[in-house]
Write a protein that binds this ligand. Structure first.
Ligand SMILES: [Zn+2]
Length: 207
């Protein structure tokens, strides 16, 4: 993986048409999550669900659901705070508590970390490394979170992703209803363009 842009360049063929799908800020709601999991299955696609600890605590059974459906859980900090403004001890707690709750519910500690706002700072990078996680931001922001840009409109979210599409794209989306509603159409469009979906289980963790 290219550290600078967080693009994924498969060994031997850097132009290979693949993308990594990711969904941040859950787990929120069973119905919406299940619809996303069903759509991923329909397309034989894998994704990372970057969860927040405070939401996981509210919905611990959804962690198990993500795992049981063969998808990957990532760490997105406990409180969705800007980590680069925090002390090392606070960052360790923000990341460590998520590792602990995911392990408690699923038996596995996450291997991927994405800092809220893409802003982990040097401390966030170091603590993620200490926890044995691969730190990543994204290279294709769907803007599904930006109500001015995409207006809760699935078609505008899809347009953003397709406009920013490149081989090895790390696509940032969220557990949001309009994203869930457009996911089937988005994955169909990506497949039609010849893109495959990276299985996070095949990503090498170098720490
Ligand atoms: Zn987030």
């Amino acid at each position: 993986m290219n550290e600078k842009s967080y693009r994924f360049a498969p060994l031997g063929d850097a132009s290979k048409k693949v993308v990594l799908l990711s969904f941040d800020d859950g787990p929120k709601e069973k119905e919406m999550l299940t619809s996303m999991l069903d759509t991923l299955d329909k397309h034989s696609a894998k994704a990372i669900f970057f969860v927040n600890g405070y939401r996981a605590k509210e919905n611990p059974e959804l962690l198990k659901l993500i795992q049981e459906r063969g998808q990957t859980i990532g760490n997105h900090s406990w409180d969705h705070v800007e980590l680069r403004k925090k002390s090392k001890a606070e960052v360790q707690k923000q990341l460590g508590d998520v590792q602990d709750i995911v392990e408690k519910e699923t038996g596995e500690r996450p291997l991927f970390f994405r800092p809220p706002f893409g802003a982990g700072g040097d401390v966030g990078k170091q603590v993620a490394k200490d926890e044995g996680m691969l730190y990543m931001t994204w290279s294709n922001g769907s803007l599904d979170w930006d109500l001015k840009a995409t207006k809760k409109d699935s078609q505008l979210v899809i347009k953003q992703v397709m406009d920013q599409l490149h081989p090895g794209a790390n696509i940032l989306m969220h557990e949001l209803q309009w994203t869930a509603d457009g996911l089937d159409s988005l994955l169909t469009k990506l497949s039609e363009k010849g893109y495959g979906f990276i299985d996070p289980a095949t990503i090498e963790i170098k720490s």
